[in-house]
Design a binder for this molecule. Structure first.
Ligand code: ATP
Length: 297
């Protein structure tokens, strides 16, 4: 019995290791697959941005997009995020909000129309330079099976421990990290310390603060954080977004009240647009969503 038990336990460990490696490989292949779809134009130059924030405005000009040609997703989307301002997108699940973010990050190319950063069509400049200019805080941050420090510094390999710590402090995750026995050397991810949704988002915010790009994309978590945590994350996001050109994909209207412009999407089109006050006066879909959310709170 004992003889059987030990090898089985050992096999269990091996099984978990193999499964994990396969998951990592799947992620890698999924990424490689994406990379293959998009290629730099011959002779593409890097995006030209003035140093500092405040110059990188974002424009979608009559954009049409479909993942599968038989099923159009985005139809005639035009939007402008002036440099340093925030534009928020709201709308039902599947209306195309995250697709806007994926196109801006150039995971896919548009089928018609243009996406411009600082007046430059992102299809004509190098993909790497577009991605360097953008920080994403995704809905569900996938952490690497590595240390907290690696995860925060990801994409900025030269970052010092002091810089990593400063970013973690600003994202209000430093206290949590310091309380673990190995601090910034703690392993996280599937094989290490498990972080809650809010903690993972804070790691993503810290990563973005460290990268300090002129453009930010926030894909707000749909899964409900507790409301104290949610308010704290929102405050941290607002700090991160100061002076940055920001696209927020919002699932809670409380996030969008101060946005320069709010776009209400439905089935791949912009149904309404305006500031919070303008949309309430218009008394359309947004006003109805707002009334519903107020009453449920
Ligand atoms: P949610 O609020 O649920 O995140 P969303 O408004 O962000 O939704 P998108 O993720 O942009 O919606 O999806 C828009 C449409 O595109 C959906 O109908 C979805 O099924 C489809 N879609 C999204 N990703 C893909 C993909 N990789 N391949 C094919 N279709 C996709």
């Amino acid at each position: 019995m004992i003889q059987l038990y030990i090898p089985l336990g050992f096999l269990g460990v091996i099984y978990r290791e193999i499964k994990q490696s396969l998951t990592d490989l799947e992620k890698m292949f999924a990424l490689l697959e994406k990379e293959r779809e998009i290629a730099d134009a011959p002779g593409a130059q890097p995006l030209q941005l003035e140093p500092g924030d405040g110059h990188a405005d974002v424009r979608f000009d009559h954009v049409f997009f479909a993942y599968d040609p038989a099923r159009p997703i985005l139809q005639d989307i035009s939007l402008h995020i002036p440099a340093g301002k925030t534009v928020a997108v709201v709308g039902p699940s599947g209306s195309g909000k995250s697709t806007l973010a994926r196109l801006l990050f150039r995971f896919y190319d548009v089928q018609q129309g243009e996406i411009l950063i600082a007046g430059q069509n992102i299809q004509n400049v190098t993909q790497a330079s577009v991605r360097q200019a953008i920080g994403i805080v995704p809905q569900d941050t996938v952490l690497f099976n590595d240390t907290v420090e690696y995860n925060i510094a990801y994409g900025q390999p030269g970052a010092s421990r002091e810089q990593v710590e400063a970013a973690a402090r600003a994202a209000r995750i430093h206290g949590f990290i310091s309380a673990t026995p190995k601090g910034y050397d703690t392993m996280v991810g599937e094989r290490g310390l498990k972080l809650s949704g809010g903690e993972k988002q804070r790691v993503a915010i810290a990563r973005t603060l460290l990268k300090n790009p002129p453009i930010l994309i926030f894909d707000e978590a749909t899964s409900a954080l507790d409301s104290a945590n949610e308010r704290a994350i929102q405050a941290e996001l607002q700090t991160a977004a100061r002076n940055k050109t920001t696209l927020v994909i919002a699932h809670r209207l409380s996030t969008v009240v101060d946005a320069h412009e709010i776009l209400v999407m439905d089935a791949g089109r912009i149904l309404e647009r305006g500031t919070h006050a303008q949309l309430l006066v218009a008394n359309g879909r947004y006003a109805a969503m707002w009334a519903l959310q107020q009453s449920s709170e």
